[in-house]
Write a protein that binds this ligand. Structure first.
Ligand code: LLP
Length: 418
C-alpha cells in the first residue's frame, strides 16, 4: 500500500504531481511519501499493541535524517549495524533505550560508542564478539546488555544474497551452540544477558518461515528459563517482504496474529527490526530519458539514473516497476532500460515492456525507498542525487544534490605533488 497513484494521466506523490517535483528539483530524484512511511510504521505498532513491544526501524534500508525524524516522532526505535548508523539514529533524536545493535564485525571503537550511548542491547553474533564486548565493557567499568543472535536454520525462501538464517551463513550463533554461548555470557563479569534475537533474511513473502523460526526460538527460551536466565527481550528481526511485481506478502498484522498466539502469556518485550516493509514502497526514483537506441535485436532506453543510484537490479536482478510519470496512448516496446554508467551491468530493467517513451520524458522507478539511496555510490564520479519528502500537498528537499566540489571535498593532495 502506498500513496503514489495516477490521477488522470499524471502520477502523483500524495497530492503533488511527480512531474512538478522532477521539474523543480531535477532528476534523478528520490521522492518519499511521508504518509506511506507513517502508515507502515503504524501497521506494526497497531499489530503488536496488545503485547509489550518496540519497533526498531532498520536504518540500513534508508538513512535519510528526515525519515528517521518522522519515525522517531512517532515512537520508533532503531536497529543499527555500525557506528555511523548509531550516530544518525541519535542525531535524529531516537532514544538510546530503543536502539539495538547487530552486525558480525563491530569494532572496539564502535562498541565503546554504543556503550557510552547506553543503547538497549547488542545483538551478539559470535563467542569471540562476546569476549571482546566483555573486555571493552570491563575497561569502561560498565555492563554490556546483550542478546545472542541465534541462527535457527530456517530457509526464508528468498534471494540467496539476502537470506541470512541458515547454517551456511556468516550470521548469528547456531541454535545447537546457543546454550553453551549463553553459559559463557553468564560467566563474563561485564556482560548482562537480557535477550534473544533472530533475523532470517529479507523480502520474505510467506508467514511460515517466521512461524517456524519463532517456534525454534521459543523452545530455546524454555530451556533458558529452566537454566534461570532472565530473558526480557525477544527480538524477532525484520525481513517482511513488499510487492515489487506481483508478490502478495502478508501484512504485519497477519504475521503478528500468528506470532502473538505463540508468545502470549510470556513475560517478554518483543523487539522487531523492519526496514523494507516500512520504507520500500514509500519511495520512488524519478529519472529522465536521455536517448533511445536500437541495438542488435533490441531497443535501449537510456536514462539519467544508473546502477550507482539504484543498485538492486544490477546486484540481485531485482525487479522494479518502471512507469511513465505522464501517461499517453502509444505503442508498447520491449526494451532494456539502462543508465549512463560504463558497465554492461548498469540497467534498471531488462527486456521490459514499456510505452514507447520519447526524449526528455520522466519515468518513475517504483518501490525504490528501501536499499536505494542507502546503497548508492559515486561511481563514475556521479554526484549523489537529491531526495524530496512529500506530505499531503507539501514537498521539501530532504537532501541536496551533491555538487562536483562535494565529490573531491575530502581528498588531500600530498605536498610532494603540489
Ligand atoms: N535486521 C537485521 C539484522 C538485518 O540484517 C536486516 C537486513 C534487517 C533487520 C532489515 O530487514 P528488512 O526488514 O529490510 O528485510 N540490500 C538488500 C537487503 C539486505 C538486507 C540486509 N539486512 C536488498 O536490496 O534487497
Amino acid at each position: 500500500m502506498h500513496f503514489f497513484e495516477y490521477r488522470g494521466n499524471e502520477l502523483y506523490a500524495e497530492d503533488v504531481p511527480v512531474r512538478v517535483l522532477a521539474e523543480e528539483y531535477g532528476t534523478p530524484l528520490y521522492i518519499y511519501s511521508c504518509n506511506t512511511i507513517l502508515r507502515h510504521f503504524r501497521a506494526y505498532d497497531e499489530a503488536y499493541k496488545t503485547f509489550p513491544h518496540i519497533v526498531c526501524y532498520a536504518l540500513k534500508a534508508n538513512t535519510n535524517g528526515s525519515i528517521l525524524r518522522l519515525l522517531e516522532k512517532n515512537g520508533c526505535g532503531a536497529d543499527i549495524v555500525s557506528g555511523g548508523e548509531l550516530f544518525r539514529a541519535l542525531r535524529a533524536g531516537i532514544s538510546p533505550d530503543k536502539i539495538v545493535y547487530a552486525g558480525v564485525g563491530k569494532t572496539e571503537e564502535e562498541i565503546r560508542y554504543a556503550l557510552r550511548s547506553k543503547i538497549l542491547m547488542f545483538n551478539v553474533e559470535s563467542s569471540d564478539e562476546l569476549k571482546e564486548l566483555d573486555r571493552v565493557a570491563g575497561k569502561m567499568k560498565v555492563k554490556a546488555p546483550i542478546a545472542l543472535r541465534i541462527n535457527p536454520d530456517i530457509d526464508p525462501r528468498t534471494h540467496p544474497y539476502i537470506s541470512t538464517g541458515m547454517k551456511e551463513h556468516k550470521f548469528g550463533i547456531s541454535i545447537e551452540e546457543a546454550i553453551e554461548n549463553y553459559r559463557l555470557a553468564s560467566r563474563l563479569k561485564n556482560i548482562a544477558v537480557v535477550g534473544v534475537q533472530k533475523h532470517i533474511g529479507s523480502q520474505i513473502t510467506r508467514i511460515s518461515p517466521f512461524v517456524d523460526a519463532m517456534k525454534r526460538i521459543l523452545t530455546l527460551l524454555d530451556e533458558l528459563k529452566r537454566q534461570k536466565f532472565d530473558i526480557r527481550y525477544l527480538d524477532i528481526g525484520g525481513g517482511l517482504g513488499i510487492s515489487y511485481l506481483d508478490e502478495r506478502p502478508p501484512q504485519p498484522a497477519d504475521v503478528a496474529k500468528k506470532l502473538l498466539s505463540l508468545v502470549n502469556g510470556r513475560k517478554l518485550t518483543l523487539v522487531m527490526e523492519p526496514g523494507r516493509s516500512i520504507v520500500g514502497n514509500a519511495g520512488i526514483l524519478v529519472t529522465k530519458t536521455l536517448y533511445l537506441k536500437k541495438g542488435e535485436g533490441k531497443e535501449f532506453v537510456i536514462v539519467d539514473a544508473g546502477m550507482n543510484d539504484l543498485m538492486r537490479p544490477s546486484l540481485y536482478d531485482a525487479y522494479h516497476h518502471i512507469v511513465p510519470v505522464v501517461k499517453r496512448k502509444r505503442a508498447e516496446i520491449t526494451a532494456d532500460i539502462v543508465g549512463p554508467i560504463c558497465e554492461s551491468g548498469d540497467f534498471l530493467a531488462k527486456g521490459r515492456k514499456i510505452a514507447r517513451v520519447g526524449h526528455g520524458e520522466y519515468l518513475a522507478v517504483m518501490s525504490a525507498g528501501a536499499y536505494g539511496m542507502s546503497m548508492s555510490s559515486n561511481y563514475n564520479s556521479r554526484p549523489t542525487i537529491a531526495e524530496v519528502m512529500v506530505r499531503d500537498g507539501r514537498h521539501s528537499l530532504v537532501r541536496e544534490r551533491e555538487s562536483y566540489e562535494d565529490l573531491v571535498r575530502d581528498e588531500i593532495v600530498p605536498g610532494y605533488l603540489r
